[in-house]
Design a protein around this ligand. Structure first.
Ligand SMILES: [Zn+2]
Length: 103
């Protein structure tokens, strides 16, 4: 099953309704903040989530805690942990990402 969740790019709300289309893609209107745009599916949001997961893995946070914090599936966290373990130089850097505050 493929489930795509589209969120508002401005407020992150999922309360959207279709509002015409542009260049063959559906435009959406956020009913929460009235922002209107062609919202892309989950890809950018997932990339941000995975970046946060990798950051937490560097901080030695347990996988189940990462699941609670980010909402990413534990198997995905395990996959990312395995991937980052293969790159110890990258994991040791722990570069600060702009705008990615730890909450
Ligand atoms: Zn919105």
């Amino acid at each position: 099953m493929i489930q795509t969740t589209i969120c508002c790019g401005k407020c992150g709300s999922t309360a959207l309704r279709k509002n015409g289309h542009s260049k063959g893609k559906a435009k959406y209107l956020c009913t929460a903040c009235r922002h209107q745009a062609v919202f892309t599916p989950a890809a950018p949001r997932k990339a941000a989530q995975y970046a946060q997961v990798e950051k937490l893995l560097v901080e030695r946070v347990s996988q189940r805690a990462i699941v609670r914090l980010t909402g990413v599936s534990r198997m995905t966290v395990a996959k990312l942990a395995k991937k980052s373990a293969g790159q110890p130089a990258l994991a040791a850097q722990a570069k600060p990402a702009p705008g990615a505050g730890v909450g």
